[in-house]
Write a protein that binds this ligand. Structure first.
Ligand SMILES: Cc1cc2nc3c(=O)[nH]c(=O)nc-3n(C[C@H](O)[C@H](O)[C@H](O)COP(=O)(O)OP(=O)(O)OC[C@H]3O[C@@H](n4cnc5c(N)ncnc54)[C@H](O)[C@@H]3O)c2cc1C
Length: 393
């Protein structure tokens, strides 16, 4: 399937499955571009269906936004860490089961609002005072009531609007739903969590679309030993070329020609494009013929979110035994939350997860400054917290 730019054209032709003149009896060939979960899963299915598959991945590792870091001496997921939909309907369940990987259930609820049960939250104000749990639960109910009101608004309007706009209409129409004082700050924290799910701020989340995602049943479970074994298991035996950044895809009547940054070319009957939306938006891959207008319009119109993870590893645990620590504040931007991995894994680790605009701002910082920023958020609620021993951003 592979040839080099300066190679003998005869040889190139001989290696090109689509043109080799001896197609009878051979199975179709596919080039999969991108070695994240989507690309690996596609390559696995095609390979298992006896197609000839080569997967081209730009980085020196597979997994993409699934990346388990072992530098702490134990696995920590820097990207995806939850299985959303812990049930046999989830195609990953059989792989996880076969590998004997344990899951830590954070919620049995299928809701996208709560991937943690409410009672597992520990929220604090900026002075380090814990918000009473009854208030957290009560504001949670009001938050749901507010979201139900936004449902009426979106039904009245044919045009879409942002969740932020919908909320402001609700508060104008139903001032009794407005909250004050600490309850107001807890509501901002719920909005901050909503933004965390979408990795985008409420002004960029579609009111018509935010709850249209159908989750598999079974609730949410954390991969306590990391996601990488799942990726590695699916990738076993596949022909994967690391360090192969694709720059061009040419489609002709008899197949596709894919060019990589270093000039190498690959030929096959078909290609599966499994690179992130951001790569397509940035036009990092040239398509010939160009993609249809409707597809280009969809790529341009769809937004992309951003979520970061900063891992803080401490000598000792000095925080309460809850799954989620939160700082409530006047705006979702100022709120923050930390996943307490100690509860799930026994390690003294907190994971700070900013999203949306905050994530963009944090991402601009050098790693050390980003870690310091995360630690400063924690200091707001635990002023005596000792600096983390090791950290990763
Ligand atoms: C911090 C964070 C936390 C998350 N948490 C969860 C979670 O708990 N549960 C969950 O289900 N999801 C979670 N997600 C989302 C999940 O990680 C992604 O939806 C999923 O991993 C995307 O897989 P993908 O294969 O579509 O894309 P990616 O994983 O991005 O893979 C695309 C691959 O294409 C490669 N590539 C890019 N350009 C080229 C090119 N030109 N040539 C060749 N290769 C190229 C990239 O290097 C990458 O390996 C999280 C995401 C982030 C960032």
């Amino acid at each position: 399937m592979e040839s080099r730019t300066k190679s003998n054209p005869q040889l190139t032709r001989a290696l090109c499955y689509a043109n080799d003149g001896n197609q009878q009896g051979r199975s179709p060939s596919v080039i999969v571009i991108g070695g994240g979960m989507a690309g690996i899963a596609a390559a696995r299915s095609l390979h298992d269906a006896s197609l000839q598959v080569v997967l081209l991945e730009s980085r020196e590792r597979i997994g993409g936004r699934i990346h388990t870091d072992y530098s702490f001496g134990f696995p920590v997921d820097m990207g995806a860490s939850w299985l959303h939909g812990v049930s046999n309907e989830n195609p990953l369940a059989s792989v996880i089961g076969r590998l004997g990987l344990p899951l830590y259930r954070t919620s049995g609820d299928n809701s996208i609002l709560y991937d943690h049960d409410l009672e597992s939250y520990g929220l604090f104000d900026m002075d380090g005072k814990q918000v009473p749990q009854e208030l957290v639960a009560k504001v949670g109910e009001i938050f749901e009531a507010i979201l139900q009101e936004t449902d009426k608004i979106r039904q009245e309007s044919s045009e879409d609007m942002s969740v932020l706009r919908g909320l402001s209409i609700v508060f104008d129409r139903k001032p009794e739903l407005r909250l004050e004082g600490i309850a107001y700050k807890v509501l901002q924290w719920y909005l901050c969590r909503l933004e965390g799910w979408f990795a985008a701020d409420t002004d960029a989340i579609s009111l018509k679309g935010w709850d249209q995602e159908v989750l598999l049943p079974g609730g949410h479970g954390l991969m306590v030993r990391g996601y990488l074994p799942v990726v590695n298991s699916l990738a076993k035996g596949l022909d994967i070329r690391l360090g192969h950044r694709v720059t061009k895809v040419v489609r002709r009547y008899n197949g596709v020609k894919v060019t990589v940054e270093n000039g190498k070319t690959f030929f096959a009957d078909a290609a599966v494009i499994a690179v992130p939306l951001g790569v397509l938006k940035a036009k990092k891959i040239l398509f010939e013929p160009k993609l249809p207008d409707w597809k280009e319009a969809a790529i341009a119109d769809l937004g992309i979110g951003l979520e970061n993870k900063i891992i803080l590893h401490f000598e000792n645990v000095f925080w309460p035994n809850v799954e989620f620590l939160g700082v409530v504040a006047d705006t979702p931007y100022e709120c923050s939350y930390f996943l307490n991995l100690h509860k799930a894994t026994g390690r003294a680790v907190l994971v700070y997860m900013p999203s949306g605009q905050l994530a963009k701002d944090v991402e601009k910082m050098p790693d050390e400054a980003a870690v310091n920023f995360a630690f400063m958020q924690l200091k707001k609620i635990f002023p005596d917290a000792s600096s983390p021993g090791k950290q990763q951003a």
